[in-house]
Design a binder for this molecule. Structure first.
Ligand code: PLP
Length: 478
Protein backbone atom coordinates (compact mmCIF):
# COMPACT_ATOMS: atom_id res chain seq x y z
CA UNK A 1 0.00 0.00 0.00
CA UNK A 2 1.34 3.43 -0.92
CA UNK A 3 0.54 6.02 1.73
CA UNK A 4 1.92 8.82 -0.46
CA UNK A 5 3.74 10.38 2.42
CA UNK A 6 6.44 12.94 1.97
CA UNK A 7 8.38 14.21 4.91
CA UNK A 8 10.07 17.59 4.97
CA UNK A 9 12.93 18.89 7.06
CA UNK A 10 12.49 18.69 10.83
CA UNK A 11 11.81 15.88 13.31
CA UNK A 12 10.80 12.87 11.22
CA UNK A 13 8.89 10.98 13.86
CA UNK A 14 6.55 13.82 14.72
CA UNK A 15 5.98 14.60 11.04
CA UNK A 16 5.13 10.99 10.38
CA UNK A 17 2.78 10.87 13.36
CA UNK A 18 1.12 14.08 12.26
CA UNK A 19 0.64 12.88 8.68
CA UNK A 20 -0.82 9.54 9.72
CA UNK A 21 -3.06 11.11 12.37
CA UNK A 22 -4.45 13.59 9.88
CA UNK A 23 -5.13 10.86 7.30
CA UNK A 24 -7.03 8.83 9.89
CA UNK A 25 -8.95 11.88 11.15
CA UNK A 26 -9.92 12.90 7.64
CA UNK A 27 -11.11 9.36 6.88
CA UNK A 28 -8.50 8.91 4.16
CA UNK A 29 -7.27 5.88 6.09
CA UNK A 30 -10.39 3.86 6.91
CA UNK A 31 -10.87 1.82 10.10
CA UNK A 32 -9.44 -1.67 9.62
CA UNK A 33 -6.90 -0.59 6.98
CA UNK A 34 -3.62 -2.43 7.47
CA UNK A 35 -0.56 -0.15 7.45
CA UNK A 36 2.70 -1.21 5.82
CA UNK A 37 5.16 -3.04 8.08
CA UNK A 38 7.48 -0.58 9.79
CA UNK A 39 10.46 -2.00 7.87
CA UNK A 40 8.72 -1.46 4.52
CA UNK A 41 7.51 2.05 5.28
CA UNK A 42 10.94 2.98 6.66
CA UNK A 43 12.52 1.85 3.41
CA UNK A 44 9.98 3.77 1.30
CA UNK A 45 10.57 6.94 3.27
CA UNK A 46 14.30 6.52 3.68
CA UNK A 47 14.11 6.78 7.48
CA UNK A 48 15.21 4.46 10.29
CA UNK A 49 12.82 1.62 11.05
CA UNK A 50 12.77 2.71 14.72
CA UNK A 51 11.31 6.08 13.67
CA UNK A 52 8.34 4.38 12.03
CA UNK A 53 7.95 1.89 14.91
CA UNK A 54 7.91 4.74 17.44
CA UNK A 55 5.36 6.72 15.43
CA UNK A 56 3.12 3.64 15.17
CA UNK A 57 3.47 3.01 18.92
CA UNK A 58 2.49 6.59 19.72
CA UNK A 59 -0.61 6.40 17.51
CA UNK A 60 -1.54 3.06 19.08
CA UNK A 61 -1.32 4.72 22.49
CA UNK A 62 -3.53 7.57 21.25
CA UNK A 63 -6.07 5.13 19.86
CA UNK A 64 -5.72 5.94 16.16
CA UNK A 65 -4.09 2.59 15.39
CA UNK A 66 -4.22 -0.87 16.91
CA UNK A 67 -1.44 -3.44 16.90
CA UNK A 68 -2.68 -7.00 16.46
CA UNK A 69 -0.33 -9.92 16.85
CA UNK A 70 -0.07 -11.69 13.49
CA UNK A 71 -2.06 -8.98 11.69
CA UNK A 72 0.30 -6.01 11.98
CA UNK A 73 -0.79 -2.43 12.57
CA UNK A 74 -4.32 -1.42 11.60
CA UNK A 75 -6.35 1.77 11.68
CA UNK A 76 -8.50 1.54 14.83
CA UNK A 77 -12.19 0.81 14.51
CA UNK A 78 -13.32 4.01 16.19
CA UNK A 79 -10.62 6.28 14.84
CA UNK A 80 -12.43 7.78 11.84
CA UNK A 81 -13.27 11.44 12.31
CA UNK A 82 -12.55 13.63 15.28
CA UNK A 83 -15.70 12.68 17.16
CA UNK A 84 -16.17 9.35 18.91
CA UNK A 85 -18.13 6.74 17.06
CA UNK A 86 -21.66 6.33 18.38
CA UNK A 87 -22.03 3.74 21.12
CA UNK A 88 -22.84 0.37 19.63
CA UNK A 89 -26.57 -0.05 19.34
CA UNK A 90 -28.31 -2.97 20.99
CA UNK A 91 -28.64 -5.96 18.69
CA UNK A 92 -31.91 -6.23 16.80
CA UNK A 93 -33.29 -9.06 18.92
CA UNK A 94 -32.21 -8.69 22.51
CA UNK A 95 -33.18 -11.55 24.79
CA UNK A 96 -31.07 -10.33 27.67
CA UNK A 97 -29.77 -6.80 28.18
CA UNK A 98 -26.46 -6.90 30.04
CA UNK A 99 -25.07 -3.63 28.75
CA UNK A 100 -23.27 -1.45 31.26
CA UNK A 101 -24.53 1.95 32.30
CA UNK A 102 -28.26 1.23 32.42
CA UNK A 103 -30.28 1.56 35.60
CA UNK A 104 -33.66 -0.16 35.94
CA UNK A 105 -35.64 2.02 33.58
CA UNK A 106 -38.89 0.31 34.58
CA UNK A 107 -38.52 2.07 37.93
CA UNK A 108 -38.45 5.57 36.42
CA UNK A 109 -40.86 7.71 38.49
CA UNK A 110 -43.15 8.54 35.58
CA UNK A 111 -46.06 9.78 37.68
CA UNK A 112 -43.92 12.12 39.75
CA UNK A 113 -42.09 13.32 36.64
CA UNK A 114 -45.32 14.06 34.80
CA UNK A 115 -46.57 16.01 37.81
CA UNK A 116 -43.30 17.94 38.04
CA UNK A 117 -43.37 18.88 34.35
CA UNK A 118 -46.97 20.04 34.78
CA UNK A 119 -46.11 22.08 37.83
CA UNK A 120 -43.09 23.63 36.10
CA UNK A 121 -45.24 24.54 33.14
CA UNK A 122 -47.81 26.19 35.36
CA UNK A 123 -45.39 28.01 37.61
CA UNK A 124 -42.48 29.10 35.43
CA UNK A 125 -42.68 32.83 34.74
CA UNK A 126 -42.66 33.87 31.10
CA UNK A 127 -39.14 35.25 31.54
CA UNK A 128 -37.89 31.73 32.31
CA UNK A 129 -38.85 30.73 28.76
CA UNK A 130 -36.34 33.17 27.30
CA UNK A 131 -32.71 32.31 26.51
CA UNK A 132 -31.31 31.57 29.91
CA UNK A 133 -28.04 31.53 31.80
CA UNK A 134 -25.87 28.96 29.94
CA UNK A 135 -24.92 27.55 33.35
CA UNK A 136 -28.51 26.39 33.69
CA UNK A 137 -31.75 27.08 35.55
CA UNK A 138 -30.86 28.70 38.89
CA UNK A 139 -33.30 26.66 41.06
CA UNK A 140 -31.85 23.43 39.70
CA UNK A 141 -28.31 24.59 40.37
CA UNK A 142 -29.30 25.42 43.95
CA UNK A 143 -31.08 22.09 44.48
CA UNK A 144 -28.15 20.12 43.06
CA UNK A 145 -25.60 22.04 45.10
CA UNK A 146 -27.50 21.06 48.25
CA UNK A 147 -27.93 17.44 47.15
CA UNK A 148 -24.29 16.96 46.14
CA UNK A 149 -23.05 18.53 49.34
CA UNK A 150 -25.24 16.25 51.43
CA UNK A 151 -24.75 12.97 49.56
CA UNK A 152 -21.28 13.24 48.01
CA UNK A 153 -19.43 15.74 50.18
CA UNK A 154 -19.05 18.08 47.21
CA UNK A 155 -18.31 21.71 48.05
CA UNK A 156 -20.83 23.14 45.64
CA UNK A 157 -21.56 26.81 45.21
CA UNK A 158 -24.55 27.08 42.82
CA UNK A 159 -22.65 29.86 41.03
CA UNK A 160 -19.94 27.32 40.10
CA UNK A 161 -22.35 24.72 38.83
CA UNK A 162 -23.08 24.20 35.13
CA UNK A 163 -25.94 21.97 33.99
CA UNK A 164 -24.94 19.81 31.03
CA UNK A 165 -26.49 17.33 28.64
CA UNK A 166 -24.83 14.49 30.57
CA UNK A 167 -21.30 13.74 31.64
CA UNK A 168 -20.17 13.11 28.08
CA UNK A 169 -21.00 16.69 27.16
CA UNK A 170 -19.70 18.04 30.46
CA UNK A 171 -16.26 16.56 29.84
CA UNK A 172 -16.29 17.92 26.30
CA UNK A 173 -17.03 21.43 27.58
CA UNK A 174 -14.13 21.23 30.05
CA UNK A 175 -11.68 20.00 27.41
CA UNK A 176 -12.75 22.69 24.98
CA UNK A 177 -12.40 25.38 27.63
CA UNK A 178 -8.89 24.17 28.52
CA UNK A 179 -7.91 23.88 24.87
CA UNK A 180 -9.15 27.35 24.04
CA UNK A 181 -7.28 28.81 26.99
CA UNK A 182 -4.12 27.19 25.80
CA UNK A 183 -4.72 28.38 22.26
CA UNK A 184 -5.24 24.89 20.87
CA UNK A 185 -8.69 25.62 19.45
CA UNK A 186 -9.49 28.25 16.85
CA UNK A 187 -11.42 30.69 19.01
CA UNK A 188 -12.61 33.23 16.49
CA UNK A 189 -10.75 35.84 18.48
CA UNK A 190 -7.60 36.27 20.47
CA UNK A 191 -6.98 33.27 22.69
CA UNK A 192 -5.79 34.18 26.17
CA UNK A 193 -2.99 31.61 26.21
CA UNK A 194 -2.00 31.87 22.56
CA UNK A 195 1.09 33.72 21.44
CA UNK A 196 -0.47 34.22 18.04
CA UNK A 197 2.75 33.56 16.15
CA UNK A 198 5.49 31.07 15.59
CA UNK A 199 5.50 27.29 15.52
CA UNK A 200 2.40 25.34 16.47
CA UNK A 201 2.66 24.26 20.09
CA UNK A 202 2.13 20.71 21.27
CA UNK A 203 -1.45 20.16 22.47
CA UNK A 204 -2.13 20.02 26.21
CA UNK A 205 -1.76 16.53 27.62
CA UNK A 206 -4.60 14.95 29.56
CA UNK A 207 -4.10 11.77 31.59
CA UNK A 208 -6.84 9.18 31.09
CA UNK A 209 -7.26 5.81 32.77
CA UNK A 210 -6.03 2.63 31.07
CA UNK A 211 -8.27 0.69 31.07
CA UNK A 212 -10.92 3.39 31.12
CA UNK A 213 -14.12 4.63 29.53
CA UNK A 214 -13.47 4.89 25.78
CA UNK A 215 -15.40 8.14 25.69
CA UNK A 216 -12.69 9.76 27.76
CA UNK A 217 -10.01 9.22 25.17
CA UNK A 218 -12.30 10.04 22.26
CA UNK A 219 -13.56 13.19 23.95
CA UNK A 220 -10.12 14.51 24.85
CA UNK A 221 -8.96 13.93 21.33
CA UNK A 222 -12.06 15.49 19.79
CA UNK A 223 -11.22 18.73 21.61
CA UNK A 224 -7.75 18.75 20.09
CA UNK A 225 -5.95 17.71 23.29
CA UNK A 226 -3.62 14.77 23.66
CA UNK A 227 -4.84 11.83 25.74
CA UNK A 228 -2.13 10.10 27.76
CA UNK A 229 -3.23 6.64 28.94
CA UNK A 230 -2.05 5.89 32.47
CA UNK A 231 -2.11 2.39 33.94
CA UNK A 232 -4.73 1.37 36.51
CA UNK A 233 -4.10 -1.34 39.09
CA UNK A 234 -6.12 -2.55 42.07
CA UNK A 235 -5.39 0.74 43.89
CA UNK A 236 -6.67 2.84 41.01
CA UNK A 237 -4.79 4.99 38.52
CA UNK A 238 -1.00 5.28 38.75
CA UNK A 239 -0.82 8.82 40.06
CA UNK A 240 2.99 8.94 40.00
CA UNK A 241 2.81 8.26 36.26
CA UNK A 242 0.32 11.12 35.82
CA UNK A 243 2.75 13.45 37.58
CA UNK A 244 5.66 12.27 35.41
CA UNK A 245 3.75 12.61 32.14
CA UNK A 246 3.67 16.41 32.06
CA UNK A 247 -0.13 16.56 31.94
CA UNK A 248 -2.20 19.70 32.40
CA UNK A 249 -5.24 17.69 33.44
CA UNK A 250 -6.32 14.19 34.39
CA UNK A 251 -9.72 12.53 34.25
CA UNK A 252 -10.42 9.72 36.70
CA UNK A 253 -13.24 7.66 38.17
CA UNK A 254 -11.97 7.69 41.79
CA UNK A 255 -15.00 6.28 43.63
CA UNK A 256 -15.59 3.37 41.25
CA UNK A 257 -13.02 2.90 38.54
CA UNK A 258 -14.48 2.13 35.12
CA UNK A 259 -14.17 -0.72 34.21
CA UNK A 260 -12.15 -2.46 36.96
CA UNK A 261 -14.49 -1.41 39.80
CA UNK A 262 -11.66 -0.41 42.17
CA UNK A 263 -11.41 2.62 44.42
CA UNK A 264 -8.57 5.14 44.19
CA UNK A 265 -6.41 4.41 47.26
CA UNK A 266 -6.21 7.13 49.94
CA UNK A 267 -2.51 7.87 49.44
CA UNK A 268 -3.07 8.18 45.69
CA UNK A 269 -5.98 10.54 46.24
CA UNK A 270 -3.68 12.71 48.35
CA UNK A 271 -0.82 12.49 45.85
CA UNK A 272 -3.14 13.38 42.97
CA UNK A 273 -4.36 16.51 44.71
CA UNK A 274 -0.81 17.49 45.71
CA UNK A 275 0.20 17.17 42.07
CA UNK A 276 -2.76 19.22 40.86
CA UNK A 277 -2.13 22.00 43.38
CA UNK A 278 1.60 22.15 42.71
CA UNK A 279 1.22 22.07 38.93
CA UNK A 280 -1.94 24.20 38.70
CA UNK A 281 -3.44 21.18 36.93
CA UNK A 282 -7.10 20.22 36.72
CA UNK A 283 -8.42 16.90 38.01
CA UNK A 284 -11.72 15.88 36.47
CA UNK A 285 -13.63 13.54 38.76
CA UNK A 286 -16.12 11.43 36.81
CA UNK A 287 -18.50 10.32 39.57
CA UNK A 288 -20.66 8.34 37.16
CA UNK A 289 -22.35 5.77 39.41
CA UNK A 290 -21.18 6.51 42.95
CA UNK A 291 -24.75 6.52 44.28
CA UNK A 292 -24.65 2.71 44.21
CA UNK A 293 -22.31 1.25 46.82
CA UNK A 294 -23.22 -2.08 48.40
CA UNK A 295 -20.33 -2.91 50.75
CA UNK A 296 -19.75 0.27 52.73
CA UNK A 297 -20.73 3.90 52.99
CA UNK A 298 -20.32 5.81 49.75
CA UNK A 299 -16.81 7.10 49.14
CA UNK A 300 -16.88 10.87 49.36
CA UNK A 301 -15.98 12.91 46.32
CA UNK A 302 -12.40 14.07 45.83
CA UNK A 303 -13.75 17.48 44.94
CA UNK A 304 -14.62 18.12 48.60
CA UNK A 305 -10.92 18.05 49.44
CA UNK A 306 -9.75 20.43 46.73
CA UNK A 307 -12.57 22.42 45.11
CA UNK A 308 -10.07 24.79 43.49
CA UNK A 309 -8.35 21.95 41.61
CA UNK A 310 -11.12 19.45 40.90
CA UNK A 311 -13.96 19.51 38.37
CA UNK A 312 -16.74 17.28 39.65
CA UNK A 313 -18.83 15.66 36.87
CA UNK A 314 -22.06 13.78 37.46
CA UNK A 315 -25.37 13.05 35.78
CA UNK A 316 -28.86 11.67 36.21
CA UNK A 317 -28.05 8.84 33.79
CA UNK A 318 -27.59 6.16 36.45
CA UNK A 319 -29.97 7.52 39.06
CA UNK A 320 -32.97 8.33 36.86
CA UNK A 321 -32.42 7.60 33.17
CA UNK A 322 -29.68 8.24 30.58
CA UNK A 323 -32.34 9.39 28.12
CA UNK A 324 -32.99 12.51 30.22
CA UNK A 325 -29.57 13.79 29.14
CA UNK A 326 -29.10 15.86 32.26
CA UNK A 327 -25.77 16.17 34.00
CA UNK A 328 -23.77 18.72 35.94
CA UNK A 329 -20.30 20.07 36.50
CA UNK A 330 -19.09 21.67 39.70
CA UNK A 331 -16.17 23.81 38.63
CA UNK A 332 -13.22 25.60 40.20
CA UNK A 333 -14.06 29.29 40.07
CA UNK A 334 -11.37 29.99 37.47
CA UNK A 335 -13.11 27.72 34.92
CA UNK A 336 -16.76 28.73 35.36
CA UNK A 337 -16.92 31.56 32.84
CA UNK A 338 -14.93 29.63 30.22
CA UNK A 339 -17.09 26.53 30.48
CA UNK A 340 -20.30 28.60 30.43
CA UNK A 341 -19.02 30.32 27.29
CA UNK A 342 -18.42 26.95 25.64
CA UNK A 343 -21.97 25.86 26.50
CA UNK A 344 -23.42 29.07 25.14
CA UNK A 345 -21.47 28.71 21.93
CA UNK A 346 -22.44 25.07 21.57
CA UNK A 347 -26.22 25.17 22.04
CA UNK A 348 -27.20 27.94 24.52
CA UNK A 349 -27.85 25.52 27.39
CA UNK A 350 -30.22 22.76 28.48
CA UNK A 351 -34.02 22.79 28.03
CA UNK A 352 -35.61 24.75 30.86
CA UNK A 353 -38.72 22.63 31.47
CA UNK A 354 -36.76 19.46 32.19
CA UNK A 355 -34.40 21.40 34.42
CA UNK A 356 -37.27 22.94 36.35
CA UNK A 357 -38.92 19.52 36.74
CA UNK A 358 -35.74 17.97 38.12
CA UNK A 359 -35.35 20.86 40.56
CA UNK A 360 -38.86 20.16 41.87
CA UNK A 361 -38.17 16.42 42.16
CA UNK A 362 -34.98 17.08 44.10
CA UNK A 363 -36.60 19.59 46.42
CA UNK A 364 -39.62 17.38 47.17
CA UNK A 365 -37.52 14.33 48.08
CA UNK A 366 -38.73 12.26 45.10
CA UNK A 367 -35.17 11.69 43.89
CA UNK A 368 -34.02 10.53 47.34
CA UNK A 369 -36.93 8.12 47.63
CA UNK A 370 -36.35 6.85 44.11
CA UNK A 371 -32.69 6.21 44.91
CA UNK A 372 -33.53 4.29 48.06
CA UNK A 373 -35.86 2.08 46.02
CA UNK A 374 -33.50 1.55 43.08
CA UNK A 375 -30.56 0.79 45.37
CA UNK A 376 -32.57 -2.12 46.79
CA UNK A 377 -33.60 -3.26 43.31
CA UNK A 378 -30.10 -3.07 41.89
CA UNK A 379 -28.65 -4.87 44.87
CA UNK A 380 -31.14 -7.72 44.33
CA UNK A 381 -30.33 -7.83 40.62
CA UNK A 382 -26.62 -7.89 41.37
CA UNK A 383 -27.08 -10.79 43.80
CA UNK A 384 -29.12 -12.77 41.28
CA UNK A 385 -26.44 -12.26 38.64
CA UNK A 386 -23.58 -13.22 40.97
CA UNK A 387 -25.45 -16.38 42.02
CA UNK A 388 -26.13 -17.35 38.40
CA UNK A 389 -22.46 -16.81 37.54
CA UNK A 390 -21.43 -19.07 40.42
CA UNK A 391 -23.71 -21.80 39.04
CA UNK A 392 -22.90 -21.55 35.34
CA UNK A 393 -19.35 -20.19 35.26
CA UNK A 394 -17.91 -21.49 38.52
CA UNK A 395 -14.40 -20.31 39.18
CA UNK A 396 -14.53 -17.42 36.68
CA UNK A 397 -12.93 -14.41 38.42
CA UNK A 398 -15.51 -11.68 38.99
CA UNK A 399 -14.54 -8.09 39.74
CA UNK A 400 -16.22 -4.86 40.71
CA UNK A 401 -19.25 -6.32 42.51
CA UNK A 402 -19.08 -3.91 45.43
CA UNK A 403 -20.56 -0.91 43.66
CA UNK A 404 -22.19 0.44 40.55
CA UNK A 405 -24.42 -1.27 38.03
CA UNK A 406 -22.11 -3.79 36.35
CA UNK A 407 -19.41 -6.33 37.14
CA UNK A 408 -16.51 -7.80 35.20
CA UNK A 409 -15.97 -11.47 34.37
CA UNK A 410 -12.41 -12.34 33.49
CA UNK A 411 -12.01 -14.85 30.67
CA UNK A 412 -9.26 -17.45 30.33
CA UNK A 413 -5.92 -16.07 29.07
CA UNK A 414 -5.85 -16.07 25.30
CA UNK A 415 -9.64 -15.75 24.93
CA UNK A 416 -10.79 -13.13 22.41
CA UNK A 417 -13.27 -11.11 24.47
CA UNK A 418 -14.30 -8.97 21.49
CA UNK A 419 -15.19 -12.01 19.39
CA UNK A 420 -16.98 -13.65 22.30
CA UNK A 421 -19.02 -10.51 22.96
CA UNK A 422 -19.99 -10.47 19.28
CA UNK A 423 -21.00 -14.15 19.49
CA UNK A 424 -23.07 -13.39 22.59
CA UNK A 425 -24.81 -10.52 20.84
CA UNK A 426 -25.58 -12.78 17.90
CA UNK A 427 -27.23 -15.09 20.44
CA UNK A 428 -29.38 -12.21 21.71
CA UNK A 429 -27.26 -11.26 24.75
CA UNK A 430 -26.42 -7.56 24.65
CA UNK A 431 -23.11 -6.93 26.40
CA UNK A 432 -19.66 -5.48 25.87
CA UNK A 433 -16.09 -6.68 26.15
CA UNK A 434 -13.39 -4.69 27.88
CA UNK A 435 -11.31 -4.62 24.71
CA UNK A 436 -14.12 -3.06 22.65
CA UNK A 437 -15.79 -0.76 25.17
CA UNK A 438 -12.76 0.65 26.95
CA UNK A 439 -9.48 2.31 26.24
CA UNK A 440 -6.98 -0.51 26.71
CA UNK A 441 -3.35 0.22 25.91
CA UNK A 442 -1.31 -1.79 28.43
CA UNK A 443 -2.01 -5.53 28.35
CA UNK A 444 -5.22 -6.34 30.23
CA UNK A 445 -6.87 -9.75 30.70
CA UNK A 446 -9.77 -10.47 28.36
CA UNK A 447 -13.01 -9.76 30.20
CA UNK A 448 -16.70 -9.19 29.66
CA UNK A 449 -18.63 -6.43 31.40
CA UNK A 450 -22.05 -7.50 32.59
CA UNK A 451 -24.51 -4.79 33.52
CA UNK A 452 -27.33 -5.83 35.82
CA UNK A 453 -29.32 -2.60 36.14
CA UNK A 454 -31.58 -3.62 33.26
CA UNK A 455 -31.62 -7.36 34.00
CA UNK A 456 -34.58 -8.47 36.12
CA UNK A 457 -33.74 -11.08 38.76
CA UNK A 458 -35.77 -13.73 36.97
CA UNK A 459 -33.67 -13.22 33.81
CA UNK A 460 -30.29 -13.67 35.50
CA UNK A 461 -30.37 -17.46 35.44
CA UNK A 462 -31.35 -17.95 31.75
CA UNK A 463 -29.08 -15.06 30.68
CA UNK A 464 -25.99 -16.52 32.29
CA UNK A 465 -26.86 -20.05 31.13
CA UNK A 466 -27.05 -18.71 27.55
CA UNK A 467 -23.81 -16.78 28.01
CA UNK A 468 -22.00 -19.81 29.43
CA UNK A 469 -23.04 -21.82 26.42
CA UNK A 470 -21.67 -19.14 24.04
CA UNK A 471 -18.40 -19.08 25.98
CA UNK A 472 -18.10 -22.87 25.96
CA UNK A 473 -18.51 -23.04 22.22
CA UNK A 474 -16.34 -20.03 21.42
CA UNK A 475 -13.56 -19.83 24.00
CA UNK A 476 -10.33 -21.86 23.93
CA UNK A 477 -10.43 -22.83 27.58
CA UNK A 478 -13.76 -21.81 29.08
C1 PLP B 1 -17.29 6.06 33.08
C2 PLP B 1 -18.58 6.71 32.70
N1 PLP B 1 -18.75 8.00 32.96
C3 PLP B 1 -19.92 8.63 32.67
C4 PLP B 1 -20.96 7.95 32.08
C5 PLP B 1 -22.28 8.65 31.90
O1 PLP B 1 -22.37 9.39 30.81
P1 PLP B 1 -23.61 10.39 30.61
O2 PLP B 1 -23.79 11.14 31.89
O3 PLP B 1 -23.17 11.24 29.49
O4 PLP B 1 -24.82 9.57 30.29
C6 PLP B 1 -20.81 6.62 31.74
C7 PLP B 1 -21.92 5.95 31.05
O5 PLP B 1 -21.95 4.80 30.81
C8 PLP B 1 -19.59 5.98 32.08
O6 PLP B 1 -19.41 4.69 31.81
Amino acid sequence: MDLQLTLGPGPLRSQLEHELRERVRAGRLRPGTRLPASRVLAQDLGVARGTVAEAYAQLVAEGYLVARRGAGTLVAGTAGGAVAAPAPAAPARVRFDLRTGRPDLGAFPRGAYRAAIGQALRELPDAALDYGDPRGHAPLRAALAAQLGRTRGVVADPEHLVITAGTAQGLQLVWRALARRAGDVASGGASPGGDGAGAPRAPLRVAIEDPGWSEQRAGVRAAGLEPVPVAVDDRGADVAAIARAGCAAAVLTPAHQFPTGGVLAPERRAALLDWARARGAVVVEDDYDAEYRYDRDPIGALQGLAPASVVYAGSASKTLAPGLRIGWLVLPERLVADVARERWALDRGSPVLEQAALALLLASGVVDRHLRRTRRRHRARREALVAALARHLPGAPISGVAAGLYLGVELPAGADDVALAAAARAAGIALHAVHEDCTVVAPHPPALLLGYGALPESAAEPAVAALASVLRSGSPAA
